[in-house]
Design a protein around this ligand. Structure first.
Ligand code: AMP
Length: 397
């Protein structure tokens, strides 16, 4: 079965065509600057990347260009559109309505729309992508896979905030968590990789990318996660602050004469390791800065790593122990310095580091703790597209 995986943003769209039997990527790419001018990146596996500058005023036109590229007689991955058996869509926010992936029926689309309030930048864009695909492929089954779904197993004590209860009742203000597809995929794969029984395990997943979050997975179910109502809470991220004293908002607003939008812009786009270092949100630049003696770059790496270690500690408490810790996403998979710094705080758990393996691991699965380490620590590359394809096949078959 061939599954087209679509991750649609407001002006961009990422796609992959995956053969679900072999789990091979047949082609992938992205559309950028939709509604502005337009750029299609397309790559059939094994061939060079093709870049086409072409007007794509709407998402429908962007998806039409993707479909045309997929069936192009010279470089296409399939001979005709009838070879696309299903489409899996990433949907950011499913609120409390979706605890699992679901077939996208008209009723389901209406319910997703009701969650727009909770993710005003993401959900409407996801829905536009779904509508465009439905118009272009009316007979192909479509599935929605939610970033929030995996975290719906959290107990009340983990998802309620210390706020007046009426805000939860009236507006559903609570912790939802994000990156759920990745936390689910990586926790399952960690158990498999380490030969553990997922149903009898305590796993902490540290998804450290430009957006970063961490979760506690007990017996295969999420019991806590660091992102909240929105992805702003929790770890220090590329440009997001993560946890801060909420009173800082009023303090800075007055000093800098900013309104609430201005403050949210600072916290979402100008903070994190980017804001701390004044250098970059990219850990390659931060590492280079650190090595060149840039104190602010060093601070950013230290604060980032310390925050991860503190969350790990709190999730060990939440689960009354931990069997395995998995690092994933761009930083977790590639930056051995961050992993080393995080693990340096975990001696009390009986974690001992295999320095040589940690230093040599960049983007591959590996166990980076020693054979006698009480808690296994590993690197597990995430693959959200494959996870979406698997969920899609499970519902369509
Ligand atoms: P993600 O959001 O998972 O794509 O992660 C993106 C972040 O991962 C980038 O901003 C970089 O900080 C980091 N990253 C990705 N690849 C590398 C690499 N090879 N070396 C260092 N950092 C990397």
């Amino acid at each position: 079965m061939n599954v087209l995986v679509i991750n649609c943003g407001s002006s961009s769209l990422k796609y992959q065509l995956i053969d679900s039997e072999s789990e091979a990527v047949l082609a992938k790419g992205l559309c950028e600057r939709i509604g502005i001018d337009g750029r299609l990146v397309y790559q059939k596996t094994g061939l060079d990347k093709e870049i086409t500058e072409a007007a794509m005023p709407t998402h429908k036109q962007a998806i039409q260009m993707v479909l045309d590229a997929l069936v192009n007689p010279k470089t296409g991955a399939i001979a005709s559109l009838s070879e696309i058996d299903a489409v899996g869509h990433r949907v950011v926010h499913g609120g409390e309505k979706f605890a699992a992936s679901t077939l996208l029926t008209p009723e389901v689309l209406k319910t997703i729309e009701e969650c727009n309030d909770l993710a005003p930048l993401h959900n409407p864009a996801n829905l536009i992508g779904i509508d465009a695909c439905k118009e272009l492929m009316p007979n192909v089954p479509m599935v929605g896979v939610f970033d929030t779904a995996f975290h719906q197993t959290m107990p009340k004590k983990a998802y309620l905030y210390g706020l007046p209860h009426e805000y939860y009742e009236k507006y559903k203000v609570r912790r939802y968590g994000f990156h759920g597809t990745s936390h689910s995929f990586v926790s399952k794969r960690t158990a498999e990789f380490l030969g553990m029984d997922l149903k009898n395990s305590k796993i902490i997943v540290a998804h450290l990318g430009n957006g970063a979050s961490i979760s506690a997975v007990l017996n295969g179910e999420c019991v806590d996660t660091s992102m909240g109502l929105t992805p702003l809470e929790g770890l220090v991220m590329g440009t997001r602050s993560g946890d801060i004293d909420p009173a800082i908002m009023e303090f800075i607003a007055k000093k800098e004469n900013l309104d609430i939008e201005g403050i949210m812009n600072v916290l979402n786009k100008k903070s994190g390791v980017q804001g701390m270092s004044g250098l970059s949100s990219d850990f390659r630049d931060l590492q280079a800065g650190h090595e060149a003696g840039n104190e602010l770059a060093t601070n950013a790496i230290e604060v980032f790593s310390y925050r991860v270690a503190k969350y790990i500690g709190s999730y060990v408490a939440a689960m009354n122990g931990v069997d395995a810790i998995a690092f994933t996403a761009g930083i977790g998979e590639n930056v051995n310095l961050v992993r080393e710094k995080v693990m340096s705080y975990l001696g009390y758990l009986g974690v001992t580091v295999n320095q040589a393996v940690n230093d040599a691991t960049h983007g591959d699965e590996a166990i980076i703790s020693t054979a006698d380490s009480k808690v296994k620590v590993c690197v597990i590359p995430t693959n959200e597209e494959l996870a979406i394809a698997r969920e899609t096949v499970a519902l369509v078959k």
